[in-house]
Design a protein around this ligand. Structure first.
Ligand code: IMP
Length: 429
């Protein structure tokens, strides 16, 4: 029996929430391994709609949730989210939620620096969520981050705050932003400590036991491969590795524990924030996809940019992300379009490429090479078997499989949980 890792194969917002929720109902443990409260999953369970940011989705299904060491945790955001979902009737206690004691924390100064830097970038903004994700990861690799375990050591907190403030206040001052006072930060962290420490433990130990006992572990990725800090459209990326390999390092498990890697891709493509998007549609078709797909960011509320499915990009995500099967979502949004396009490569200057190159200017200059396909007149909305799909829709899916070099193992045909065509159960792989 395999474990499963779920990652986004485009620029995020691929509809992971529904797929993760479906898989979570079949898992024993759901683990987050990277990112922070920049992520956003909307889960519809019965009459309740949960908007989760930091909490692992399995909590909505009564499963043990674990926040791994690869996640950056904003204590205020976490506690507020716990309160919010408790108000909706979910049980979140130290029995149902465990947090890696070696995970790095996000402090208010990280969000302040994130925003001050974005303001300073003027028209060259990354379009971050402004939640301090980048600065928190910077502090982690710079070896000055405050971690969950430090909350139990007031002296460590005090020493680390000195080092953090020396660094951050210098930068904030330079950017013309208000600086932070040590005592207020220290007092607040000491207040938060007893609220957070009951959740903290070396989660790798628990995960190791679970793995040896044959329990099913679902690794819940956030963001997506094209936002990966190494493999994405740098610098228009998030500050963590989003590829499936991170599921191991971000939880304290070995690479062999990760199991089947399911990539999620929309049947078209969207992006929030700035950065290259070769198949972007700025015309009426792009607007139509946005309206039909209700393309607004869960976290930011910003309208998402929309475009054609970029098979060259997803093929790249399949390779670098280690994706073994693809869950294709929102196929129904394409219903009724007369003609569809699939990006199969790029023209850059005089060169033709099958992948998006690493250079920033080359990425910005990439002109998509399209393959055109006839659309379908029937509906795919709510289909639960392959035979219900119009022949042309099936052809579209089959062509995607060929181009991205991965099988479509799951097809989602509406936001409803049961409107799903399953080709292969990833837990049985
Ligand atoms: P950050 O992660 O807040 O630093 O933002 C960096 C980039 O990643 C920006 O373009 C964000 O819009 C994007 N981003 C971060 N989290 C998500 C997500 O969950 N979905 C889609 N885009 C995201």
């Amino acid at each position: 029996m395999a474990n499963v890792a779920v990652i986004g194969a485009q620029w995020g917002d691929e509809g992971k929430g529904k797929v993760v929720d479906w898989l979570a109902s079949r898992a024993d443990i759901v683990v987050r391994f990277q990112g922070g409260h920049n992520a956003g999953h909307t889960l519809v369970v019965g009459s309740q709609t949960y908007k989760l940011s930091l909490l692992p989705s399995g909590l909505a299904r009564g499963k043990l949730g674990i926040i791994g060491n690869g996640v950056v945790i904003d204590p205020e955001a976490l506690l507020a989210e716990i309160e919010r979902v408790r108000g909706q009737g979910l049980t979140v206690t130290p029995q149902t939620l465990r947090i890696a004691d070696n995970a790095a924390l996000i402090l208010p100064l990280h969000a302040a620096l994130d925003r001050a830097r974005e303001t300073a970038r003027a028209d060259r903004k990354i379009g971050t969520t402004g939640r301090g994700i980048g600065p928190a990861y910077e502090d982690k690799v710079a070896r000055r981050a405050i971690r969950m375990c430090d909350l139990a050591e007031p002296e460590t907190l005090s020493e680390k705050l000195d080092e953090l403030l020396l660094h951050h206040n210098t930068l904030l001052q330079g950017l013309g932003a208000p600086v932070f006072e040590k005592q207020a930060l220290l007092d607040r962290l000491l207040e938060l400590a007893p609220l957070l420490l009951p959740y903290a433990e070396p989660v790798w130990e628990r995960l190791d036991e679970a793995r040896r006992a044959g329990r099913r572990i679902l690794f819940e990725g956030a963001q997506a491969v094209m936002l990966d800090v190494d493999h994405g459209t740098y610098p228009f990326v998030t500050s963590s590795n989003t590829v499936a390999a991170t599921a191991a390092a971000g939880t304290g498990m070995g690479p062999a524990s990760v199991g089947f890697v399911l990539g999620i891709a929309k049947a078209y493509c969207t992006r929030v924030g700035s950065g290259p998007f070769p198949t972007e549609l700025t015309d009426a078709t792009g607007a139509l996809l946005g309206d039909r797909g209700r393309e607004f960011g869960t976290v930011t509320g910003r309208r998402r940019r929309c475009g054609w499915f970029d098979a060259a990009l997803v093929r790249q995500a399949v390779k670098v992300g280690g994706i073994q099967g693809l869950a294709l979502t929102k196929l129904d949004v394409l219903d009724g379009l007369k003609e569809l396009r699939l990006g199969v490569g790029y023209r850059i200057g005089g060169e033709t490429l099958r992948h998006l190159p690493a250079g920033m200017r080359a990425q910005a200059a990439a002109e998509p090479i399209y393959e055109t396909m006839e659309g379908w007149s029937g509906s795919t909305h709510g289909a639960r078997t392959w035979v219900e799909l119009p022949a042309q829709a099936l052809k579209y899916v089959r062509r995607i499989e060929e181009l991205v070099e991965a099988p479509v193992t799951l097809l989602s045909t509406s936001p409803e949980r049961d409107d799903t065509i399953l080709m292969r159960d990833p837990f049985e792989d």
